[in-house]
Design a protein around this ligand. Structure first.
Ligand code: GLN
Length: 307
């Protein structure tokens, strides 16, 4: 088979997404995020054999938001194995990522680890004091990406705290059902900080490479998690990684992926590569509008999908 020219594919995508720019809306429920200039696009590919390709505003750091839920889930699975599933379910939510109604109906057991309530329970499961847990998270993400200067954007974390009324409600509701071991504000501090990590697209695609490589960080050869756990995280991303638009994403893109309201999306082609895209304007489901389109074009042109 001919070698795929990923750089040519990225160039073609960056032209073809142009008509979709300006059609979405930047997340403004976290006020600091609303300040990000809209018309930006970047994409990066990291292959398991060590090749890298970038295009667009690839130096610009953005808030990874919900994408961080994959990192904390990985830490929770390392710590607890399958016991984490006593506290969080494995089903798509079919509702928005910050729905309270479903959590009430289902007795404080979140549908999956990638909706906000699920991620808050996961943060509770790895909680070991504010400072220690935040340290553990940022060190983990730095190791995965190979970028030691990654940081928590305190301005974003503070904006999330100040306007996080729904998240506070969710954490307290979960606590009232006995599914939060620590105080809500302590756990939320972890959650807001993990969401407020800033990265560029290349950091992001590098940091997800272990999920394309059976749990091993192929740049350092270090095992992050087992092959079995890698399969499970990828399955969860496929069924719950894009909130209630997960069916659309599976249909049009055909890869396990995870999005965040900062406009980032990262997806994995098992055994081949990870691909990250960023464009801050969102569609109605809270996923990057241009990002989804770019990944659809990517799997079409590279003929790389899991199906
Ligand atoms: N920090 C955001 C929130 O809690 C994360 C949501 C997201 O990216 N979907 O609402």
């Amino acid at each position: 088979m001919d070698k795929i020219d990923y750089q040519a594919i990225l160039e073609r995508i960056s032209e073809e997404i142009k008509p979709f720019c300006g059609k979405g809306k930047i997340a403004d429920y976290i006020p600091v995020l609303a300040k990000v200039p809209a018309n930006q696009f970047a994409m990066a590919i990291t292959t398991v054999t060590g090749e890298e390709y970038v295009i667009g505003d690839s130096e610009v750091e953005f808030s990874i938001q919900s994408i961080s839920k994959v990192f904390t889930l990985t830490l929770a699975m390392k710590k607890l194995g399958d016991d984490i599933w006593k506290r969080v379910n494995l089903e798509p939510s079919g509702t928005s990522f910050n729905s309270l109604v479903q959590l009430e109906y289902e007795n404080g057991i979140p549908r999956n680890p990638f909706i906000n309530a699920g991620a808050i329970v996961v943060s509770d499961a790895i909680y070991d004091g504010r400072g220690k847990t935040k340290n553990q998270i940022i060190r983990f993400v730095r190791d995965l990406s190979g970028n030691n200067s990654l940081y928590f954007d305190e301005e974003v974390a503070e904006s999330e705290r100040k306007f996080g009324h729904r998240n506070r409600a969710m954490a307290n509701l979960t606590k009232s059902f006995g599914n939060l071991n620590n105080m809500a504000d302590e756990v939320l501090d972890i959650y807001y900080h993990q969401c407020a990590i800033g990265m560029n697209v290349l950091d992001l695609s590098r940091s997800f490479l272990y999920l394309a490589n059976e749990g091993v960080n192929s740049r350092t050869n270090e095992r992050v998690i087992s092959g079995r756990q890698t399969k499970r995280i990828n399955s969860l991303m496929l069924t719950s990684g894009l909130y209630d638009a997960v069916g659309d994403f599976a249909y049009w893109v055909g890869l396990p992926g995870k999005s965040g309201v900062g406009g980032g999306i990262v997806a994995v082609v098992p055994s081949v590569l990870s691909v990250a895209v960023w464009s801050p304007e969102l569609n109605e489901s809270g996923n990057s509008l241009v990002g989804v389109k770019a990944l659809e074009l990517f799997t079409t042109y590279a003929q790389n999908s899991i199906f």
